[in-house]
Design a protein around this ligand. Sequence first.
Ligand SMILES: [Zn+2]
Length: 315
Amino acid sequence: MFHWEGGLKLTRPGLAIDFRRRQPRAFISHAHTDHMARHAYALCTPATAALYHARLGPRPVLEMPYREPIEWGGVRLTAYPAGHCLGSAMLLAEDGDQSLLYTGDFKLGESATAEAAELPPAKILVVESTYGHPDYRMPPRAEVVGQLLELVRAVLKAGRVPTIVAYSLGKAQEVTRLLTAEGIPVLQHRTAFRLSRVYEACGVNLGEYRLLDGRPEPGCAVIVPPRTPPREDVSEVRVAVTGWAVDAGAKHRFGVDHALPLSDHADYDDLLEAVARVDPRKVYCTHGPESFADRLRDDGFDAHPLGRPSQRRLF
Ligand SMILES: [Zn+2]
């Protein structure tokens, strides 16, 4: 049903999946910049279309609402929520008695700003396995959220500025919602703010947040993208929120005061659970360590790594 041609392609419809280079026809699983390009024609969910247009300008798109199958290029295509960020989708392709589920970036469990993941059964599974190593078991989400709130409140009480370092799409909005729900107003860097407006237009309420414009006001938390230089006009306490925070020394690597493991990706146990739920005949693992396919083979799955193992990706 598929082949590899510098990336994953569905063979019969000639549909490129999550390509970073312009394609005649491409499916975009979500609007992170490492999953899309200015394609001639793209298929994606309505929310991903809105974010794609906000990031790369208006482009021709066929919108695929979740769970509404379309017949396209001789196959049946259906998008399912992936739980990774607003609009993120898995793609189920069905061709006669063959079926393939491509997960894209996904996360199981709760999110304040993304629809919960759904995993339909499929005979072939292409699974994004970034955290496919037992070192990447995330602590319970409620525990991490509790640590984040406690830390932000303590920093505000000390008269300093809690500055959360978070990707502008997905993590920034998730953290904003977590903080504003607890009465902590948020100031967002302009890149996150622009995308937050799209979230709101798509019906996701993010609470009391504003554009960070000049010196942060007292009592507010600030959200900035990675690699934003430190401010000199205020006393910041920098907090990175990323799954990589489970690594020893993560805060030094990210150049922050604290690192908390709030992740938008399935952790090791989620990955194993996802594969068990889809119960495929064949599994292809992308973006993760090759040892994850070995582990799946130990569990009795016909599993293989697909594509080149990537560098550690940050979204
Ligand atoms: Zn992503």
